[in-house]
Design a protein around this ligand. Structure first.
Ligand code: SF4
Ligand code: SF4
Length: 484
């Protein structure tokens, strides 16, 4: 009897121990990663992911390099006391080893699966941003950080730069390729404009507030100067005074600050024929149509002009602002236009406060409010929902407060499942988040630092110490949505 009791007690203790071990297994320790050079130290992230992630690339030896670590767990970052800070140098091999460790979350999930789970992340390079050197470097860094999609201007050289960045990242680590999305517009749109002015018209005593306010370093008064070589051509890269057109992404912040009203905005509409040729490229996966949603005629004209090219796209996204009470009817109208020729998945990008994510915490409020409005609307048309416009490091907290972060349709509308199609009931109501200005800002700081040392045409994969700093920044944004 006593033996039986002991066995029972032992089996109970064993069960408890096994349960503990299983629980620990769920937290795949992706440990270690990132070398931060500059202070002769190595910093490391420690990821705890509840997702089922292969650890085949996990290089335990990388642990030996850790002197300081950051932990991303449930969106919170904890900083650990440095264990060792005597590392003075990182080699390219060390970089690869560390990167292999950190990119694991992105290997485990296809972009489509991320949309279903609600952990889709898109990098917005900018519908008008055309600095191919920055675009290549941003694409490289955010591919390593695990984004699902990279959205860029519908321009052949920009698309090539994005794909070169992706392939350079995949040369470092074998990981799945993010989708490449190109953006077009059906009418006048904030995302499709450039600022311009003639610097020779500016009063000599102007304090140049335009230069200070520009988040893209797109206004220069350096005088005509050669600042390096052009990307891919090795031709001298000459920057002129005034607006550097390729860097201007149309945020409009310079317009109201000019005391002499010298700055104009130039709007444009992307050519549908050129765009449809681009969609057919093997290295373009998705298209996004920016629309106000108010004029279905323009939307219909663009959709028609794109013709059969939309059949080449894996995902059709429609980006629209919050039109209040008319939003749902506009969405239904646009869906009815697309539906007869829609051969892929579709997505609605909820553009809260366009191009403002880098401004601060409050910028994300409008995108969250838009998400809440759409989540409650049962009559909305099919398609994934994704936030944009003002999104930043505070967006996940905002979604959590509203009970919308990676919440399924049935969980959110718990009392009424009869109206929900079974094919979508288990999917996340909000498919994910697109990050633009904020994502470019945090990595852009590292790019500027690299360029000040190595020239404006520097490729970040040639400078591992900067690559790892940039990757750390990118992961601070992408990590919390990928690793829970
Ligand atoms: S519109 Fe924005 S990005 Fe363009 S020059 Fe003005 S401030 Fe800079
Ligand atoms: S603020 Fe206006 S006047 Fe002054 S430098 Fe800029 S564009 Fe010229």
């Amino acid at each position: 009897m006593l033996n039986i009791m002991r066995r029972k007690s032992k089996s109970k203790a064993q069960k408890k121990e096994n349960k503990k071990k299983n629980k620990q297994k769920k937290f795949v320790d992706l440990s270690v990663l990132c070398t931060m050079v500059g202070g002769n130290r190595i910093m490391a992230f420690r990821f705890f992911c509840t997702t089922n992630i292969s650890t085949q690339h996990h290089d335990a030896s990388a642990k030996t390099l850790v002197s300081s670590s950051l932990s991303l767990s449930n969106s919170r970052i904890r900083i650990y006391t440095p264990v060792r800070n005597s590392i003075h140098k990182c080699t390219a091999d060390n970089v690869k080893s560390l990167v292999n460790t950190v990119v694991l979350p992105s290997i485990s999930s296809t972009p489509l699966a991320s949309l279903h789970r609600g952990n889709w992340v898109k990098l917005i390079c900018g519908a008008s941003f055309e600095d191919v050197v920055d675009i290549r470097n941003l694409s490289l860094v955010y591919t390593l950080a695990g984004v699902d999609c990279i959205d860029c201007a519908a321009d052949a050289s920009v698309v090539s730069a994005v794909n070169e960045g992706i392939e350079a990242a995949r040369d470092i680590v074998c990981l799945r390729r993010p989708w490449v999305m190109i953006s077009v517009n059906d009418d006048k749109d904030l995302h499709f404009r450039k600022a311009e002015f003639d610097p020779e018209d500016c009063p000599a005593d102007c304090s140049r507030p335009c230069e200070n306010v520009c988040p893209a370093n797109a206004i220069s008064f350096q005088g005509k100067s050669t600042l390096g070589i052009s990307y891919n051509t090795e031709a001298p890269r000459v920057l002129k005074d005034g607006v550097i057109t390729e860097r201007c992404y149309g945020c409009g912040r310079c317009l109201p600050v000019c005391p002499y009203d010298k700055i104009r905005e130039v709007t444009y509409v992307r050519d549908a024929i050129t765009t449809s040729d681009l969609i057919k490229r093997n290295d373009v996966d998705a298209i996004e149509i920016h629309t106000s949603g108010r004029q279905s005629t323009q939307f219909e004209e663009l959709w028609s002009a794109l013709g059969d090219s939309v059949g080449y796209s894996r995902l059709i996204a429609v980006s629209l602002p919050n039109g209040g009470d008319s939003t749902i009817s506009s969405m239904n109208k646009m869906f009815s236009i697309m539906e007869p020729n829609l051969q892929s998945f579709n997505l609605w990008q909820l553009d809260g406060r366009p191009m403002s994510g880098d401004i601060g915490r409050g910028a994300t409020k409008e995108s969250i409010a838009f998400a809440v409005q759409l989540a409650k609307a049962k009559e909305r048309p099919p398609g994934f929902l994704q936030l944009a416009g003002g999104t930043n490091v505070h967006t996940i907290d905002g979604l959590k407060k509203e009970g919308l972060f990676q919440t399924t349709v049935t969980e959110y509308l718990h009392d009424d499942t009869s109206t929900i199609s079974s094919s979508v009931s288990s999917h996340a109501l909000i498919g994910g988040i697109a990050y633009g200005g904020y994502a470019r800002k945090i990595v852009g700081r590292v790019l500027r630092s690299m360029q000040s040392q190595y020239g404006v045409a520097a490729s970040i994969n040639d400078h591992p110490e900067h690559l790892l700093m940039a990757l750390k920044e990118a992961l601070s944004l992408v990590g919390p949505i990928k690793c829970l």
